[in-house]
Unconditional design. Structure first.
Ligand code: NAP
Ligand code: G4F
Length: 319
């Protein structure tokens, strides 16, 4: 039975990846960091089927120890300070975890067993102020946030360990992917939750930042399958994963409020507090390589994704 270690198993992607790998017959070990109020909300339903281990990307010793103990065949590094907006106010922490944390994990793998296959969660945020439209694997990076800079560092370290030590280290440059399990601070979930609260009379308005930013949004459940497929190839590599479509935050609002019979113009208030020091205006993937080499296609359309998130929040909040 193959064994996968997932860092960040408690996060949105970690929970979908754990489900996916359990279905494929993997033994799944999940790394969680210590917290005074541990919240397993996203993986509660999996706790009998997975092993949870304590560790932290800050802590080299804990990474070495858990690799020694559990001897995984594949490591999926999903842990990160992943919220772009906070990366300006916690720039050093973001560099430590999202950047240097990856080197600590790569080093631990190199010492314990360099044959372990490694997946790094790279990000379309690395393209930042885009130098090409759409963005593909060869598009130069121009990160626009401490988060984006940390991800570029981690991405290149992954490639360096591949080229220097012959390690099977692959990098998925994933565009935004969302779900009913998305953290509340991200714009899509903030909108689905906010629109439903307004519909139910629990809120009067929704305060957002830049409505014109455009993203390539897909469904997280589809994207974890692409991560796994990257580690099943003969050779490691880097792959762009996205839908190839771009939509604005405004369009997301229009559909989310629309499916509740509301006009977002009546409720959405633009608030300077949610603008960023530097914006990424437009992201849209060219996923041709993922399509041809991984045989990967998204299964959920933009409209279906918005409806799925609104409907899940309606179920949760109307209880
Ligand atoms: P997420 O929901 O924010 O999950 C991140 C996870 O990392 C959380 O479980 C968090 O633990 C854990 N973590 C944070 N700091 C840690 C540390 N010092 N040591 C160990 N674990 C730590 O993010 P996601 O949306 O699932 O994304 C997964 C990965 O893909 C991230 O690396 C993200 O940057 C990257 N990515 C995401 C997207 C996207 O659109 N979702 C796109 C491209 C790349 P707690 O649960 O304790 O907070
Ligand atoms: O939902 P967001 O916070 O996601 P962002 O910054 O694109 O980052 C996400 O996707 C990346 C992949 O490209 C990941 F690497 C990263 O970990 C994360 O998962 O913001 C999306 C857009 C931005 O342009 C932002 O300025 O929405 C705009 N926005 C407008 N009003 C807002 C808000 N974003 C948030 N979070 N909150 C607002 O009120």
């Amino acid at each position: 039975m193959p064994t996968a270690l997932i860092t960040g198993i408690n996060g949105q992607d970690g929970s979908y990846l754990a489900e996916n790998l359990l279905q494929k017959g993997y033994r799944v070990v999940g790394l969680v960091r210590r917290s005074s109020t541990q919240n397993y909300e996203r993986i509660q339903h999996l706790l009998d089927d997975i092993s949870i281990v304590q560790g932290d990307l800050h802590d080299q010793g804990s990474l070495l120890a858990l690799l020694e103990e559990h001897q995984p065949t594949e490591v999926f590094n999903l842990a990160a300070q992943s919220f772009v907006a906070v990366s300006w106010s916690q720039a050093v922490l973001t560099g430590e975890v999202t950047g240097l944390g990856v080197t600590r994990l790569l080093e631990a793998i190199r010492y314990v067993n360099p044959k372990i296959k490694f997946y790094q969660a790279s990000s379309s945020e690395m393209f930042g102020k885009v130098l090409e439209v759409p963005q593909k694997e060869s598009t130069p990076f121009y990160p626009r946030s401490p988060y984006g800079v940390a991800k570029v560092y981690a991405h290149w370290m992954t490639i360096n360990y591949r080229e220097s030590f012959g390690m099977f280290a692959s990098s998925g440059i994933l565009f935004n992917h969302e779900s009913p399990r998305r953290g509340m601070e991200f714009v899509t979930r903030k909108i689905s939750d906010g629109a439903v609260r307004i519909k139910l009379g629990q809120a009067k308005e929704l305060r957002l930042g830049n409505l014109e930013a455009r993203r390539d949004w897909g469904f997280a459940g589809d994207y974890v399958e692409a991560m796994w497929r990257m580690l099943q190839l003969e050779q490691p590599g880097s792959f762009v994963v996205g839908t190839g479509e771009t939509h604005s935050v405004r369009e997301f609002c229009e559909i989310a409020f629309g499916c509740l019979g509301l006009d977002y113009n009546d409720y959405v208030v633009q608030d300077e507090r949610y603008y960023r020091p530097a914006e990424v205006d437009l992201l849209v993937a060219d996923p041709s390589l993922a399509r041809s080499v991984l045989g990967w296609e998204p299964s959920v359309t933009f409209q279906d994704l918005v409806e799925m998130m609104v409907s899940a929040d309606m179920q949760r909040l109307s209880k």
